[in-house]
Design a protein around this ligand. Structure first.
Ligand SMILES: Nc1ncnc2c1ncn2[C@@H]1O[C@H](COP(=O)(O)OP(=O)(O)OP(=O)(O)O)[C@@H](O)[C@H]1O
Ligand SMILES: [Mg+2]
Length: 356
């Protein structure tokens, strides 16, 4: 049996359903992210696991025990809340060591855990400061250190790095993931930062309006989105409305504007009105083998890439080109675009919502 399971979990607030019949199994040692737009129910789900919000229906089990009715402090779960609260009258070290002291861990061992945790979050040397003497990002890191120091079996993190600058966040992603693996702490991370979810997770649950739209590895979530929502939420993509002309054994022939595209359907049913998707980085500027021609409407340089918007007979296409030297043609120029059919994805327009 999985380490943590949510079975048929719903949460209603009056007439409003925040979570709808959610099932989720998390394996021991796994790092799973709940990823989705604001208001989709990420915090609510996490709070039901932590025990601070009672589900309207369903069951939560941890390590084989039904904990649905168990009080939060009896669950032995480490939590870093979206609005993290530190004890204002305690130093950084005392905040991080608080739970360990409650557990009556000997002072020397406690000091070691505290300094390890503070090193992880890059706050070594600030042990004696008080929360009011820290920046927002530093306070957030104390909250992470406090949870890590406890080495809980299950760790729940709600947007724990939202106040950190981009570079520090990137470093923390890698280090937090390493320590999570080393200690084998089963972790659920709530985030709307896609890069954060991709970098750290074994699996990502893409949430949409109180349900899980897709549950898969980061690679599959990006490369094989299961629903139109997942296709457009995760990363950037071009979405082209079309009609299926014919379903061949391996691919669907889809009419988009004046062109016919051959899209692999991977055994799924696709018929009628569909969307064809292609990622900006899967298209390239081409001359001889161009599939479509158009005019560059916008050209933006972002360092590692050039982002182009090209007006074509298929519609407006976003194209990303790696910066490998010479700049692409300027705005206003005509260009050809090419791609590989294997990089196209197709999903039925309506009724394609569902569970993965
Ligand atoms: N106590 C409450 N009473 C009524 N509605 C609530 C309550 N708590 C949450 N909601 C609603 O439930 C939905 C899900 O909220 P939740 O906090 O889980 O979203 P979230 O995915 O964490 O969003 P964010 O990314 O903004 O933190 C929202 O529409 C929210 O307004
Ligand atoms: Mg939230």
């Amino acid at each position: 049996m999985s380490f943590l399971t949510l079975q048929g979990i719903s949460k209603r607030y009056g007439d409003f359903t925040a979570i709808e019949q959610l099932d989720l199994s998390v394996e021991r040692g796994e790092f799973l992210s709940l990823l989705g737009p604001s208001g989709c129910g990420k915090t609510t789900t996490l709070q039901m696991i932590a025990g601070f919000v009672a589900p309207s229906t369903g069951r939560v089990t941890l390590d084989g025990r039904d904990i649905t009715q168990l009080r939060p402090e009896k669950r032995g779960i480490g939590v870093v809340f979206q609005s993290y609260a530190l004890f204002p009258h305690m130093t950084v070290a005392a905040n991080v060591g608080f739970g360990l002291e409650m557990r009556k861990m000997p002072r020397a061992q406690r000091a070691e855990r505290i300094s390890e945790a503070l090193a992880l979050v890059r706050l070594s040397g600030l042990d004696a400061r008080y929360p009011k003497e820290l920046s927002g990002g530093q306070r957030q890191r104390v909250a992470i250190a406090r949870a890590i120091a406890m080495q809980p079996e299950l760790l729940l993190l709600d947007e724990p790095m939202s106040n950190l600058d981009a570079k520090l966040r990137e470093e923390m992603h890698i280090e937090l993931r390493a320590i999570q693996k080393r200690l084998g702490i089963t972790t659920i991370l709530v985030t709307h930062d896609q890069v954060e979810a991709m970098t750290m997770s074994d699996r990502i649950a893409v949430m949409h309006r109180g349900t899980i739209a897709q549950l898969s590895t980061p690679f599959d979530a990006y490369e094989r989105p299961a629903t139109p929502f997942a296709s457009t939420f995760l990363g950037r993509t071009n979405s082209l409305a079309g009609e299926v002309l014919r379903r061949n054994p391996r691919c669907a022939e889809v009419a988009v504007a004046t062109t016919t595209l051959h899209v692999p359907h991977e055994g799924r049913e696709v018929a009628g009105s569909v969307h064809v998707y292609i990622r900006p980085e899967k298209m390239r500027l081409a001359n001889g083998d161009a599939r479509v021609h158009g005019r560059i409407a916008t050209r933006v340089f972002v360092g590692n890439q050039w982002l182009l918007v090209v007006d074509t007979e298929l519609g407006r296409l976003h194209v990303a080109q790696s910066n490998i030297g010479a700049p692409p043609p300027e705005e206003g120029h005509e260009v050809g675009l090419a791609w590989t059919d294997d990089d196209l994805r197709v999903l039925t327009r309506e009724g394609a919502h569902g569970h993965a």
